[in-house]
Every structure is written in structure tokens, then in C-alpha cells.
Ligand binder design. Structure first.
Ligand SMILES: NC(=O)c1ccc[n+]([C@@H]2O[C@H](COP(=O)([O-])OP(=O)(O)OC[C@H]3O[C@@H](n4cnc5c(N)ncnc54)[C@H](O)[C@@H]3O)[C@@H](O)[C@H]2O)c1
Ligand SMILES: [Zn+2]
Ligand SMILES: [Zn+2]
Length: 394
């Protein structure tokens, strides 16, 4: 089959690789019909190289049609249409039963002290072959695939694998009080969808911050009050306080993560790791970290006293300085983590209807054949051609 594989920093290729096979009796093989490109894939493309091997298949936002099932699979059959969550979660362990699927005890990458394995996401997360491919092996076939109806285009459902539950969890964790205010930092797919969900769920004021004009425009078009980081610069925090009664917002969602624009020191560390032998670089990255903390610092600055910061942006370092004095003094509540996809699927599915309250049908900006994936990675990273959400069609 064809698959998008990692070869080095900013070097991904479409290769011919062997087809996946059923290994365990509860495995399922799906023929991938659509597979998303995520901001998290950009971390692999740029800084997480030390944790990847040449030939690793990327991608963690797939959906498709069941093509084969192991002898113990009863929940889905050949021909079913399914979305695959990005967490590889068993559904039956202690943490899965608590709705903490991203911490699944059955698939934790213990060697690295990490939570649940993820599709297509480095040795830190189990080195499981990913879904930017023609075929995908899916374990836990009785619990992991989310069955969706035939009929609507894939765009209706594909975001259930990641964008929708991640944004839903971001909003849930932000715990905006009735009639309260929320600032969303970063208006990529996760931030944009978080704004939509927060408005849908009744937040009365949602302010979005980014620096890419078309991303700001897209959010404005959905009723978000938007601020351009580039225009406001250092005055941004004061502007946000002015807009929120002088106190700052009740909650802030950081949907930026470690690719944040604005901290050059971390950029140097990231580049250094690409010049070192990978074993050394992996250690350096784990212990020094590659974080660019601009967005998180901004969140700590602007959130009102006693407010909540909900972190969905991914951070990677172990030794990042945080202003604990301020965080303690302001009585900040901080909630974070990978999304627990199955935890929220039941809340989200009823919204994936013809009325399309969250605008999923028109959410993707680009539909790209898998063969063109390398160019699409570059376009998405450089934010060219209005790329906000790219979907591959294997
Ligand atoms: N927690 C999870 O389960 C989960 C799931 C998916 C993605 N993520 C993470 O969420 C983050 C966003 O993902 P995405 O797909 O939307 O990616 P993205 O890279 O498209 O979006 C990030 C946005 O932040 C903007 N930005 C950069 N620096 C900023 C700053 N200092 N202030 C405000 N905005 C800034 C960028 O212009 C961009 O629009 C990534 O870190 C990704 O890894 C987490
Ligand atoms: Zn993702
Ligand atoms: Zn589990």
C-alpha cells in the first residue's frame, strides 16, 4: 500500500510499504477514505525527529471502511463506516473506564513514561503505524472504532478522531461559568473549533487570538471577537483586560502549544537537536525541552484571578520555567492533557447533522490526494494558500 512516511526533519514521503495484517483476534483493518493532517503532526515534522525512525507512518485522524476483522470482533463488520480515535485505547482498563482514554493502562508507552499509545506518533507514544495511508490496522476492534452512518461526506465525521473531542475537552476543562468569558489563544483547527463549541454551549464572550489573517477572519465569521497578536504586540494583555471588565477572562484555552510564535531561545534548542546524533538529541529534548512558552505565559498573565487555563496545545519539555508565584497568587486552575476521544464522542455525535451547528461540513480548507501529502505538510506548516485544515484522500 501507499503511506506517508517520515524520513527526517521537514522530509516526509509517500512510500510503498507492506499492507498491515491482522495480528490479534480483535484487530480490524480499515481502508482509509479520509485522514487529517494535524498541528501535532507539525511537531513530528519539525522537532520530534529524535523519537522517530525513518519509514515510520504518520497520521492519527483517520476514518474509513472496515475491510477485515479478526475472529473475535463482533462490534463492527466488513463494510461498516468507522472513525478511529487518535488514542489507542482498550476501552476496558481502569483509566478507560473513568473516561481517561488518553491514559489507557493497556497501551501506555511505559518505557518513556508516557500515557496511552497514539497512532502515528513517535516512540514516546508506542510507535504505532499511523493513518495517513491506504490501510490501517486498528487494535481493540470491539471498543475503539466509532461507527458512523453511511451517507454524508467524510467531512461530517472525520473530525471525531481528534479536532472535535480535543476542542470539546478544551471547552469542558475551561469550565466557563454561565454568561462568562473565554479567550482562545491560537485559531488553528483546535482553537477555531474550541471557539465554535464554546459559543454553541453558551459562553457569552469568546475572544480569539492569532496572527494569521485568514484564520482570524474565519473565526470572526463565526461570531468570535478576534485580536491580531502582531498588531497588538505587548499591549495585547491590557487590551484583553479592557475587553473583559478589567479583570481578564474567566478562562483561557491555549490551543497553540510548543510551535508558538515568539520565543527564539527554544527555536535554537530545537534546531540544535537536529544536528546531534539522535540518541543524544532525544535525551536533550526530553530534559531540556523545546518549549516555546509564549502562549502559556500570555494565558497566565491574562486569566482573571481564580480563573481557569485549559491547555490543549502540546508542550514537550521537562524543565520549563513557570511563574509559580503568579500562578499561586492568582489562584489559577490549570487543566490539560491529550483528549480522551471516546469520553466525548457521545456528546458530539448528535451535533453532526444536516443542520451542522459546528460547521464541520465546510471546516476543511484543503482536500489533497495522499500522493501530494509532502507538499501539503509544507503548505500547512508555512500556513500558505489559506491552509487551516488539510484532509488527505488516500
Ligand atoms: N490535547 C490534544 O489532544 C491535542 C489534539 C490535537 C492537537 N493538539 C495540539 O493543539 C495545538 C494546536 O493544534 P492545531 O491543529 O490547531 O495547530 P496549528 O499549528 O494549525 O494552530 C496553532 C495556531 O496558533 C497560532 N499561534 C502561534 N503562536 C501564537 C501565539 N503566541 N499566540 C496566539 N496564537 C499563536 C498559529 O498562527 C496557529 O494558527 C498544537 O500544539 C497541537 O499539537 C492537542
Ligand atoms: Zn491531531
Ligand atoms: Zn484502556
Amino acid at each position: 500500500m501507499k503511506a506517508l512516511t517520515w524520513h527526517g526533519r521537514r522530509d516526509v514521503r509517500v512510500d510503498s510499504v507492506s499492507d498491515p495484517a491482522i495480528k490479534d483476534p480483535t484487530d480490524v483493518i480499515i481502508k482509509v477514505t479520509t485522514s487529517g493532517l494535524c498541528g501535532s503532526d507539525l511537531h513530528l515534522y519539525e522537532v520530534l525527529g529524535p523519537f522517530l525512525d525513518v519509514g515510520d507512518i504518520l497520521g492519527h485522524e483517520p476514518m474509513g471502511i472496515v475491510e477485515g476483522v479478526g475472529p473475535e470482533v463482533t462490534a463492527v463488520t466488513v463494510g461498516d463506516r468507522v472513525v478511529i480515535p487518535f488514542n489507542v485505547s482498550c476501552g476496558t482498563c481502569h483509566t478507560c473506564e473513568q473516561g481517561l482514554h488518553s491514559q489507557c493502562e493497556t497501551t501506555q508507552a511505559r518505557e518513556y513514561g508516557s500515557g496511552a499509545s497514539l497512532f502515528g506518533y513517535t516512540k514516546l507514544y508506542g510507535q504505532v503505524p499511523g493513518g495517513q495511508a491506504e490501510l490501517l490496522r486498528v487494535p481493540f476492534g470491539n471498543n475503539l472504532p466509532i461507527k458512523v452512518p453511511h451517507g454524508p461526506e467524510d467531512d461530517r465525521f472525520v473530525f471525531l478522531s481528534d479536532v472535535l473531542p480535543t476542542a470539546w475537552q478544551a471547552v469542558e476543562y475551561a469550565a466557563v461559568p454561565e454568561g462568562g468569558s473565554l479567550v482562545v489563544l491560537g485559531l488553528g483547527p483546535i482553537g477555531d473549533m474550541s471557539c465554535r463549541i464554546a459559543l454553541h454551549r453558551g459562553a457569552s464572550q469568546v475572544i480569539g487570538v492569532d496572527l494569521v489573517p485568514e484564520r482570524l477572519e474565519r473565526a470572526r465569521g463565526r461570531g468570535v471577537q478576534v485580536l491580531d497578536l502582531d498588531k497588538h504586540g505587548k499591549g495585547l494583555a491590557d487590551t484583553i483586560r479592557e475587553l473583559t471588565g478589567g479583570r481578564g477572562p474567566d478562562a483561557v484555552i491555549d490551543a497553540v502549544g510548543m510551535e508558538a510564535h515568539g520565543s527564539p531561545g527554544a527555536k535554537l534548542a530545537a534546531q540544535a537537536t537536529n544536528l546531534l546524533p539522535s540518541a543524544v538529541a532525544a535525551k536533550l529534548m526530553e530534559h531540556v525541552g523545546v518549549d516555546r512558552l509564549h502562549a502559556l505565559y500570555l494565558a497566565i498573565d491574562i486569566v482573571r484571578r481564580g480563573g481557569t487555563i485549559s491547555l490543549s496545545g502540546v508542550y514537550g519539555g521537562q524543565t520549563d520555567p513557570l511563574p509559580l508565584l503568579t500562578m499561586f497568587d492568582k489562584q489559577i486552575q490549570l487543566r490539560m492533557g491529550q483528549a480522551n476521544v471516546h469520553r466525548w464522542a457521545g456528546d458530539i455525535l448528535p451535533l453532526l447533522t444536516d443542520d451542522d451547528p459546528l460547521g464541520v461540513d465546510t471546516f476543511a480548507t484543503h482536500h489533497v490526494p495522499l500522493d501530494d501529502a509532502p507538499a501539503a505538510y509544507e503548505m500547512f506548516q508555512k500556513k500558505r494558500n489559506g491552509a487551516v485544515k488539510v484532509l488527505f484522500k488516500p
